[in-house]
Ligand binder design. Structure first.
Ligand SMILES: Nc1ncnc2c1ncn2[C@@H]1O[C@H](COP(=O)(O)OP(=O)(O)O)[C@@H](O)[C@H]1O
Ligand SMILES: [Mg+2]
Length: 331
């Protein structure tokens, strides 16, 4: 991948929670890149550190969580900036303007006591030198663009006056109102019914084509990832275990965890009548991190005396990176 293609580069990111009972290594050495204009899907079961990783990028992790180490470099116009250790001023600039975020539950990020329009106007005016009237016009345009009917009226609605799907559209309108180069969407469709989910995904795809932004799409649903992703990173217990072009990872998964995830998915990669197999065991509790490869207690291909001892490193292959001891000799 050409270096000037990269928009965001994450290197050895570690985000930990210091609790009374011990340290939870929610993100434990993540390496990733987001290229300009692409959709990178982050997939993995619940509890694997996807949200904490995403929130670390915008430094939205609250104590007792903190970034223990690593680098997050944003390559923006005018040169790269380092987000780990960035001061408040730089972070304020980067949030919304360069990187915007939408969450599963829009009510968590929309204010309940302000109209949709006034929140978009405020976001726009914080970052751009435009008057109120122009910002309001932009808000109406954005609401229109995300498919909210009667945007001239809805601009003065409060979030609770909208349906779940409309609220998520309003949240996306707000996120994109400053034309960020990266949109981080954390389970943006998980709370929605299947039809609305499909509409929101299509909307994201359209907006991406229009605005040329990159999207980091976090989802526990491989089907969602398969619909929209260019690249895919599979996370397990705070680490990326497989990372590559989505089509190739889905067509020929190499990490045993990716394979197990795919087998547990309806529709993907199977004849419709074959039984779904659940991944054996559960994601272990955060304190009980296994030695060696974190996935070894659940792995079909585990090699005793090896996988329970050695932490796999990232093995670069022709079309992807895999962290699994099965492939270390190949490299
Ligand atoms: N505020 C918090 N305090 C303590 N532990 C947390 C907190 N937030 C997340 N974690 C832990 O970090 C790990 C990763 O969580 P998360 O990123 O939310 O997973 P995912 O988004 O993949 O479902 C989990 O083990 C979770 O229990
Ligand atoms: Mg999450």
């Amino acid at each position: 991948m050409a270096a000037d293609d990269v928009l965001l580069e994450i290197q050895d990111l570690r985000t930990h929670f210091l609790l009374d009972d011990g340290v939870v290594c929610a993100v434990d050495g993540v390496d990733l890149r987001v290229r300009k204009g692409e959709t990178l899907a982050i997939v993995g079961e619940s509890g694997c550190g996807k949200s904490v990783m995403a929130r670390s990028i915008l430094r939205l992790v609250d104590p007792p969580g903190h970034i223990e180490g690593g680098r997050i470099t944003l390559h923006r116009e005018g040169g790269p900036v380092e987000l780990v250790g960035a001061d408040r001023r730089l972070l304020r600039q980067v949030r919304w303007r360069d990187i915007a975020m939408v969450f599963q539950e829009p009510m968590a990020s929309l204010s309940l006591v302000h109209t949709i329009g006034s929140q978009i106007v405020e976001a726009v005016r914080l970052h751009e030198n435009v008057g109120k009237a122009a910002a309001r016009k932009r808000a109406i345009e954005m609401l229109d663009r995300v498919g909210i009917p009667m945007p001239q009226r809805r601009v003065d609605a409060y979030p609770f006056e909208l349906s779940g799907g409309m609220r998520q559209r309003a949240m996306i309108a707000m996120a994109l109102s400053c034309r960020p180069s990266l949109l981080i969407a954390d389970e943006p469709t998980t709370a929605l019914d299947v039809t609305t989910q499909a509409q929101i995904l299509e909307l994201l795809r359209d907006l991406q084509a229009d605005f040329g932004m990159a999207i980091m799409l976090i989802t526990h649903d491989l089907g969602v990832a398969a619909q929209v992703a260019d690249s895919m990173a599979v996370m397990y217990l705070g680490r990326v275990v497989e990372y590559g072009a989505a089509e190739q990872v889905l067509a020929a998964p190499r990490h045993p965890y990716t394979r197990a995830l795919l087998r547990s998915m309806p529709r993907l990669g199977r004849a419709s009548r074959t039984r779904l197999t659940a991944i054996k065991g559960m994601v272990p509790p955060p304190y009980a991190r296994p030695d060696g490869c974190p996935f070894h207690p659940r792995c079909d291909s585990v090699v005793a005396g090896k996988c329970d001892v050695v932490l796999p490193r990232r093995v670069p292959m022709a079309d992807r990176e895999v962290s699994c001891l099965l492939y270390e000799e190949e490299a």
